[in-house]
Design a protein. Structure first.
Length: 636
């Protein structure tokens, strides 16, 4: 069927060319290629170009993005095929005789001594089961200080936007450690990696839908046709006639439905709530909007341009939805997509104060003063700009003091200790609304105010550490941005966190088997600073342009290795919040597109705000050229 459709596309292209020649008349014989011709399209080109970009790091409030579980479940179903493909590739050269290498520990993965498959093996669940009583805190992140030079003179930057943690007995790191000398990048800018990304193998690359294929085909056809028209040695009037004829042909026989990307723009915390449906028509057709399902706890007014204003009722609990269909006027025929819909439906998700943080301070107020408590709560609330939830939730944290060399630590238990990939308690509550551990705190935070000076405001002194950056970093670990992979030779358990399901080699092989056992032959990669292990989620690959390198230092650094982005890759102004090192002074405060994409792979519904929190401080840091890190660094 698809081969036939491709043939139809080719025929249509030929038809357009014939149409052009018929309009050219006598001038056709004088046509010649122009090496300097531009590849621009007609007045409708901007909408056509927009349709060519079908993947983004930050997600909108559309249907497929609003259901966080869909992302995790879809990735889970891919594991069997991707795993087999990747492992087959990796194993093909394992032995000289061509046979696949097999570790003794891997031969009976998931099989009991009596030969039965272990039925306890599981995957990420909805958290309906409570956390096992004996669960250890696996995800506590500790932050250490690092010596740093006095900030040097400002560096010109192109504004084109270009002590170890302990380990639990079950082999899962108790503390995911950050050691980041982080620099802030300008918000909402595509990542510019210092090194060329490692290409993702086909089975890990983002999957394209038939709509994507059709859109790309039409875009390529449009660009090539317009380039051909521009190259002709004919009058501008004749070129305009050709362009108009082509677009009439395209709109009539290859008309695409609008794309939608609904997003709430304001009112995430308090105040008026407004947003946009974010509809774009690739053919430049006028779009009209119809409300097909109204909100349950308020009213919504949709304007002609697709913007909306939502007014909550008195019983509004912080979360609501409404559904709109965006319809393009005119013909709805597409020979490459005979079943194309009349319009495109979009479900807009409304959040206001939907995520609440409840901090239980364990000290007497000498360490966590009122000013510091307020600063913690303010930073936590700013995260609402990035995250959307389907149910209102309250996240509870025990907050205490550190008394060692670490800057800070944070953690959240996994929801199970059985074999499988599990969310943290905080992660599970955010994604499902389920409280997995009852009256216990969902997470914990500990801070060292004794050994280190902290900058609580937007201005951070050279001898102070960035409080806001550290809070965001630590909370992200409790949200599930961390790995349960341990040092070489110590990965004997079969309970992992969701993050580990996406760990791959540069060849796309998965170190964790389908029966949740670590394959020991991959141990050397845990301390390979040149070509170690990577995060291979589809959204992360799309945002970064390849596999995302994880921190695999040599020697192994407990609590820091595998739970952060690679310090050796993301340097200078390309450093990220989730780097593994930080220095004193202003640090990264804005989550990057690649970090948001990783969170999407972890099951979250995230959005890159038009004006991210702390964006002004981020720009100031970029102008300084990044924070330089000395060889001595400390985990956080």
């Amino acid at each position: 069927m698809r081969q036939w459709l491709k043939l139809g596309a080719a025929s249509a292209g030929l038809g357009a060319a014939l149409l052009g020649f018929s309009l050219l008349g006598p001038d056709a014989a004088t046509a010649a290629a122009d090496s300097g011709a531009e590849s621009s399209v007609s007045q409708h080109s901007d909408s056509a170009e927009t349709s060519g970009n079908h993947t983004g790091a930050a997600q909108s409030d559309a249907d497929d993005a609003s259901n966080a579980d869909d992302t995790a479940d879809a990735a889970e179903t891919e594991d069997a095929a991707a795993l087999d493909d990747g492992d087959a590739l990796d194993d093909s050269d394992a032995d000289e005789n061509g046979s696949a290498e097999t570790d003794g520990s891997d031969e009976n993965d998931g099989i009991d001594e009596d030969g039965d498959i272990d039925e306890d093996a599981g995957t990420v669940e909805d958290g309906s089961d409570s956390v096992d009583e004996g669960s250890d805190s696996v995800d506590q992140v500790e932050t250490l200080a690092t010596d740093d030079d006095t900030p040097g003179a400002p560096v010109e930057v192109a504004l084109d936007h270009s002590s170890p943690a302990s380990t639990t007995d079950d082999g899962i790191e108790e503390d995911a450690t950050l050691v980041a000398a982080a620099a802030v990048e300008t918000p909402a800018v595509a990542d510019e990696p210092a090194a060329e990304p490692v290409p993702a193998p086909p089975w890990l690359a983002p999957r394209r839908t038939w709509s994507d294929v059709v859109a790309d085909t039409i875009d390529a056809w449009t660009n090539s046709t317009q380039a051909w028209i521009d190259s002709l040695s004919v009058s501008e009037e004749r070129k305009a006639e050709l362009t108009e004829s082509f677009w009439n042909l395209r709109r009539t026989f290859f008309n695409q439905a609008p794309t939608v990307a609904p997003v709430q723009i304001s009112g995430l915390i308090t105040g008026p709530i407004d947003g946009t449906i974010g509809a774009v028509d690739a053919d430049g057709d006028e779009i009209v909007y119809r409300l097909v399902r109204g909100p349950r706890q308020g009213t919504v007014e949709i304007n002609a341009d697709g913007s909306y204003v939502y007014t909550p009722d008195a019983d509004f609990d912080g979360v609501d939805t409404f559904r709109v269909i965006a319809i393009d006027r005119g013909f709805h025929v597409n020979l490459l997509s005979l079943l194309r819909p009349i319009g495109t439906r979009a479900t807009s998700l409304i959040n206001q104060g939907a995520i609440t943080f409840a901090f239980n301070y364990l000290d007497d107020g000498a360490g966590w003063t009122e000013e510091r408590r307020q600063a913690l709560e303010d930073v936590a609330n700013q995260l609402l700009w990035y995250f959307r939830v389907d149910q209102p939730v309250t996240l509870t944290y025990d907050v205490g003091l550190e008394d060692d060399e670490f800057l800070a630590s944070a953690g959240s238990d996994p929801i199970s200790e059985r074999a499988g990939f599990w969310r943290t308690v905080v992660q599970n509550k955010l994604q499902t609304g389920v409280d997995s551990n009852g009256d216990k705190a969902d997470g914990e935070i500990f801070w060292n105010f004794t050994e280190f000076e902290w900058g609580l405001a937007d201005t951070v002194g050279s001898g102070e550490y960035d409080f806001a950056s550290t809070v965001i970093h630590e909370l992200m670990h409790s949200f599930g941005f961390l790995s349960a992979v341990d040092a070489p030779g110590k990965n004997n358990d079969r309970d992992w966190v969701t993050f580990d399901r996406f760990v791959v080699t540069s060849a796309g092989a998965r170190p964790i088997s389908p029966f949740y056992r670590w394959r020991n032959r991959f141990d050397p990669l845990l301390t390979d600073e040149e070509d170690g292990l990577y995060f291979g989620g589809a959204n992360a690959i799309a945002a970064y342009g390849g596999l995302v390198p994880l921190y695999t230092p040599n020697p192994w650094q407990p609590g820091s290795a595998m739970s952060h982005l690679d310090d050796f890759t993301f340097t200078g102004v390309n450093q990220k919040i989730m780097n593994a090192a930080t220095a004193s002074g202003l640090s990264v405060r804005v989550l990057s597109p690649v970090e948001l994409a990783i969170l999407t792979d972890l099951g979250y519904h995230v959005v890159m705000p038009d004006s991210p929190p702390y964006a002004a401080a981020a720009l100031g840091f970029v102008l300084l050229g990044g924070r330089r890190r000395k060889s001595k660094a400390a985990p956080r």
